[in-house]
Design a protein around this ligand. Structure first.
Ligand code: NAD
Length: 487
């Protein structure tokens, strides 16, 4: 692991000056959060963020800052929960760079007003949809993919022409302070500012009148965010969690199912919102699945996963204790080893779990996978229907009928057929939850749309003024009905 000073700090040798917000805070006796929002609102209202050139320039800067800090990001995430350099690049750095590249290539087309069809009732006119930035946006992130979940949405906010305050999770301490340095030393705080902190800072920010809130985190805090947003009627995107099932039917390619579920489950140490939370497997193929699943864990992480440089640790003691308690709520099929000193939990699979135990009631969010057998596919569907709508669903099957049945009859945020987690890595597909797993979506163009108000404007011609709509209405009804028929 590199020990070099991070690129941001080595590049900026300036003596730290008081920011405008800090000065305003002192002068007016208001909080930093309020002062930043004031500064950003002014900057936005002056029209500074709206031009194509400004947006492209800031996206380029973001890209440059991330590239310059690649080593520092890898180091910070390794310190926070021993995330491997490969996973950090794949799921954080590469991911955000991909989003920036996609936004830069498509921004001109996304920004242009879209002409849509007109209606006879408004003849003669032209109809247009303008994508208008909201203004001052708050992006609040979770700790498990701390760079992706904060700078990813930020790409959408900047591309759409907004100002933004980014509040990373306080649990991934090293990456939070690195992101604060990366952004705050390279962006005007009146445009983008990272404000670090926990619940208290989040509460202060949420109390303000913001123009958009983009939140990633738990269902519990999602409800707090939505309640706070309601006070100002601020629109929200809520990217939440839940229990995402993987279903394996008897026609499935069991070898690939075992390999791809093991990958998606133990990536990031199972601390992934779209990780398969539990498996529902047809009883006839369960023994083979379990055998292959154990083999793939060994192939990926070796005889002793604690020694693997690719296997992360649990983020903090609270999550570690919670996960450890799940180990007693079933029969351990594989794994089950723990080490308190390192917050290590081996890649684990559980059999004989009870639907009423916390392991099947709560989102697991760690490297423990309950494997449950079913006899009839309808049983599996019933299990899922009895619980809140999942963020993701994975179906392993070679049967087109079963594949279609799952996609058409179960509501879930998004997912894959014959894979896990991979649907996230396509900028052409919106990513988000439904029901308890979230509201709204982002990634690629969806991020731009999420951070834009769709403003409909009709340009009416002045050379003709059809008298139909004006009173007196006598004798006009048949024309009105005809006009509606043509519309
Ligand atoms: P969390 O809800 O505890 O924290 C998220 C953010 O909310 C953090 O920035 C935190 O500081 C803030 N926060 C915490 N308590 C708060 C309070 N009382 N008031 C105001 N703000 C508060 O979530 P987490 O533990 O960081 O992340 C895990 C959860 O996030 C899981 O449920 C996971 O499924 C979900 N998640 C969802 C996605 C997605 O894209 N849908 C991605 C990652 C994680």
């Amino acid at each position: 692991m590199s020990t070099q000073t991070n690129a941001t700090t080595s590049k900026s040798k300036r003596t730290p000056r008081k920011t405008t917000a800090q000065k305003t805070t002192k002068k007016k006796g208001i909080s930093v959060e309020k002062a930043v929002i004031e500064a950003q609102r002014k900057f936005f209202q002056e029209g500074n963020t709206k031009s194509y050139e400004f947006r492209i320039d800031r996206l380029r800067k973001l890209e440059e800052v991330i590239k310059d800090n690649e080593e520092a990001i890898i180091e910070a995430l390794h310190k926070d929960f021993r995330k491997s350099p490969f996973e950090t690049y794949a799921t954080e750095i590469g991911f955000v760079l991909g989003e920036i590249g996609h936004a830069r290539s498509n921004l001109a087309s996304w920004m242009s007003a879209k002409k849509v069809g007109g209606s006879w009732l408004n003849f003669p006119s032209g109809s247009y949809i303008y994508s208008e930035p909201y203004g001052v946006c708050l992006v609040m992130g979770a700790w498990n993919y701390p760079l992706q979940l904060t700078l990813g949405p930020l790409v959408g906010a900047i591309a759409a022409g907004n100002c933004a305050i980014v509040k990373p999770s306080e649990l991934a301490v090293n990456i939070s302070s690195l992101m604060a340095r990366m952004i705050n030393e390279n962006f005007d705080e009146a445009h983008v500012k990272v404000i670090e902190g926990g619940k208290e800072v989040a509460t202060n920010l949420l109390a303000e009148n913001l123009d958009y809130i983009f939140f990633t985190g738990s269902v519990r805090v999602g409800k707090i965010v939505m309640q706070a947003a309601a006070q100002h009627l601020t629109p929200v995107t809520l990217e939440l969690g839940g229990k995402s099932p993987a279903i394996i039917d008897k026609t499935a390619d069991i070898e690939l199912a075992a390999k791809r579920i093991a990958w998606g489950k133990y990536l990031n140490g199972g601390q992934t919102c779209v990780a398969p939370d539990y498996v529902l497997v047809h009883q006839s193929v369960k023994p083979r699945f379990v055998r292959l699943f154990k083999e793939y864990i060994k192939e990926m992480y070796g005889e002793n996963p604690q020694q693997s440089p690719d296997y992360p640790r649990i983020i903090n003691d609270d999550h570690y204790k919670r996960l450890k308690s799940y180990l007693e709520q079933g029969r351990v099929l594989t794994g089950g080893d723990t080490d308190d000193a390192e917050r290590y939990i081996a890649p684990t699979a559980l059999d004989e779990v009870d639907w009423n135990d916390p392991v099947m009631q709560e989102e697991i969010f760690g490297p423990i996978l309950p494997i449950i057998e079913y006899e009839n596919i309808n049983e599996a569907v019933e299990y899922i229907h009895r619980h809140p709508k999942p963020l993701a669903l994975y179906m392993f099957s070679e049967s087109n009928d079963n594949q279609s049945f799952m996609t058409e009859n179960i509501s879930f945020g998004g997912g894959c057929i014959n894979d896990t987690v991979a649907h996230l890595v396509n900028t052409n597909m919106p990513f988000g939850g439904v029901g308890d797993s979230g509201i709204g979506s982002y990634h690629g163009r969806s991020s731009f749309q999420t951070f834009s108000h769709q403003k409909s404007v009709m340009k009416k011609a002045t050379w003709l003024d059809v008298p139909l709509r004006y009173a007196p209405y006598k004798g006009k009804m048949k024309w009105l009905k005809m006009a509606f028929r043509w519309t």
